[in-house]
Design a protein. Structure first.
Length: 282
């Protein structure tokens, strides 16, 4: 009796995707790629700028992702701890996500969440950052090594990958003081490698070239950043996301507030507004 009810429960999915007994399981129908998952599953990593942040901080943010057929909201956290001006660690991830997919988006992703609505928790990322060069003739240089856990939930709803991944990159920058040294410009660029596990039995891993660049303008209170970043997988399954990011940060007495706007140019079809508050200490 239980197996009959289970078959009836998933008959809508079986009919939509032409599944019949003897075919591979439903997991193989999902495509593990940023263009076929929720906005937080395989996002383009934020950019480092060749110089480590000083001190320690905890940041809590509210993110609003806009896309026809998949409006998503989430709360995210980030903990940063610098041991010195040469090495630091970082932990970050989505704490809770609310999603609401249309039937069209649900079926395009082969998701098994019939009403397309719900809550999910995200993956945890952990990074080690090392300042290789600073204040020399050669540009400032930071090495970042990051691992992604498989802690995210709702793989059945195509929200997270239920698999690990990792990336590493080198970022470079050079300070440009101007206007009586009250403001400072910081052009920056990064290159790296991004890899994540797929469910394709012939190609269990997708490898990507990771890149980015932009300009930061800052003084004692304000920081404005414009950047373009992305990565390029090799499977050509909407695995080449590229985003434009505008960030405005305002330093307070001890803490900071931040506004960020992200626009998906390719293979990440969202516009995102982020509001964040950071508690900072030495």
């Amino acid at each position: 009796m239980g197996s009959i009810h289970a078959q009836e429960d998933w008959s809508w999915w079986n009919e939509t995707h032409g599944w019949e007994p003897g075919m591979p399981g439903w997991r193989s129908f999902l495509i593990i790629s940023p263009g076929y998952l929720g906005p937080n599953a395989l996002p383009v990593p934020s950019l480092t700028k060749g110089v480590l942040e000083t001190g320690k901080s905890f940041t809590l943010s509210a993110d609003f992702h806009f896309r026809s057929g998949d409006p998503t909201q989430n709360m995210a956290g980030r903990f940063y701890y610098s041991f010195s001006d040469r090495i630091a660690i970082e932990l970050y991830g989505v704490l809770v996500e609310h999603y609401s997919m249309s039937d069209e988006v649900r079926d395009e992703r082969a998701a098994r969440d019939r009403d397309g609505r719900g809550l999910a928790t995200g993956d945890l990322y952990f990074s080690t950052l090392v300042q290789l060069v600073k204040g020399e003739a050669f540009p400032n240089t930071v090495l970042r090594m990051t691992g992604k856990t498989a802690s995210g939930r709702r793989y059945d709803a195509a929200r997270y990958t239920d698999s690990p991944g990792y990336y590493f990159d080198l970022s470079f920058s050079k300070e440009i003081p101007f206007q009586g040294n009250q403001w400072q410009g910081l052009p920056f660029a990064s290159v790296g490698f991004y890899s994540w596990q797929t469910n394709d039995m012939d190609n269990l891993q997708n490898d990507a070239f990771l890149y980015g660049g932009g300009m930061e303008l800052s003084n004692e209170k304000w920081t404005f950043t414009n950047s373009l970043s992305g990565y390029s997988g090799y499977k050509n399954e909407r695995d080449k996301p590229m985003v434009y990011t505008l960030t405005v940060k305002r330093e307070l007495k001890k803490n900071a507030i931040q506004f960020q706007y992200m626009y998906g140019i390719r293979d990440w079809q969202y516009q995102t507004f982020k509001l964040a508050y950071s508690w900072q200490w030495e």
